[in-house]
Design a protein around this ligand. Structure first.
Ligand SMILES: Nc1nc2c(ncn2[C@@H]2O[C@H](COP(=O)(O)OP(=O)(O)O)[C@@H](O)[C@H]2O)c(=O)[nH]1
Ligand SMILES: [Mg+2]
Length: 237
């Protein structure tokens, strides 16, 4: 059976992580490992995850003490999964915006495609974030990134997605420019430049129920600037 790794970067998700891991485990997907990549969260997320990992061998925890950031946490998770010989690597957020019930749908589709994106912007998908302002930001960022990079997919900032491990192995993970959330689009762009088969499945993106977002205006501006730099450095499609 192919091994699946689900990478979950966390920073201060103590209110979510246990329920999330239990929901994932309940799906009973064969050969699935949930890997929590925690950046020494002050709220003790890492400790909670480690306690659960002791009870359940399908849960692993990577605790990072030196580096911080959603981008590099994801990369460290990918590298771990590649080293463990995963066939499929999924990444998802810990805050229930990405519902675990889609995991089996990703795994069905990844048999056919190289990269499967959970998409809010195709029929059947939805961005159920409550704040109008936040939805506006997402739409703006999406149009900007899509047109700048010439990507055909609709949800270019979706962080809920599934890779065939070959896709990640073909990308030079040590030399990506992003350290923050723009890593999502940077990796997507690299996969598109390498002509991998990318497919979108509809997801309903829920608003985070507990805890706080780490996104702020500064991070957003930096993200948009980074995307501009990818276009310069990697060239167009
Ligand atoms: N390891 C790690 N995870 C992070 C960091 N910042 C955010 N995350 C996680 O990345 C995911 C998305 O972050 P979130 O704050 O929900 O961003 P938003 O969904 O764009 O508002 C969540 O699971 C966060 O816990 C970080 O610095 N390190
Ligand atoms: Mg979130």
């Amino acid at each position: 059976m192919p091994k699946t790794y689900v990478i979950i970067p966390t920073y201060n998700e103590a209110e979510n992580i246990e329920a999330l891991l239990r929901e994932i485990i309940k799906l009973n997907v064969t050969d699935l490992t949930a890997l929590v990549v925690d950046d020494n969260s002050p709220d003790g997320t890492g400790g909670i995850a480690e306690k659960l990992a002791k009870e359940n061998s399908s849960i692993k925890v990577l605790r990072r003490f030196k580096n911080r950031g959603r981008g590099s946490a994801g990369i460290d998770g990918f590298k771990y999964a590649l080293k463990e010989g995963a066939s499929y690597i999924i990444e998802m957020d810990a805050d229930f915006s990405h519902r675990p019930k889609y995991l089996p749908v990703f795994l069905e589709n990844i048999k056919i495609y190289d990269l499967v994106l959970g998409s809010r912007f195709i029929p059947g998908g939805k961005d159920a974030e409550r704040s109008f302002f936040r939805r506006l930001i997402t739409s703006f960022a999406r149009l900007y990134i899509q047109s700048l990079l010439g990507l055909k997919v609709k949800d270019v900032t979706s962080g809920y997605r599934c890779f065939r491990s070959a896709v990640l192995a073909a990308i030079d993970l040590d030399h990506l420019i992003s350290t923050g959330p723009s890593i999502i689009s940077e990796i997507l762009y690299q996969a598109a430049l390498k002509n991998y088969k990318i497919h979108e499945i509809p997801i309903i993106f829920e608003d985070r129920k507990k805890g706080k977002t780490k996104l702020n205006l500064w991070i957003l501006l930096k993200t948009l600037y980074m995307v501009y730099r990818f276009r310069k450095i990697y060239g167009g499609i």
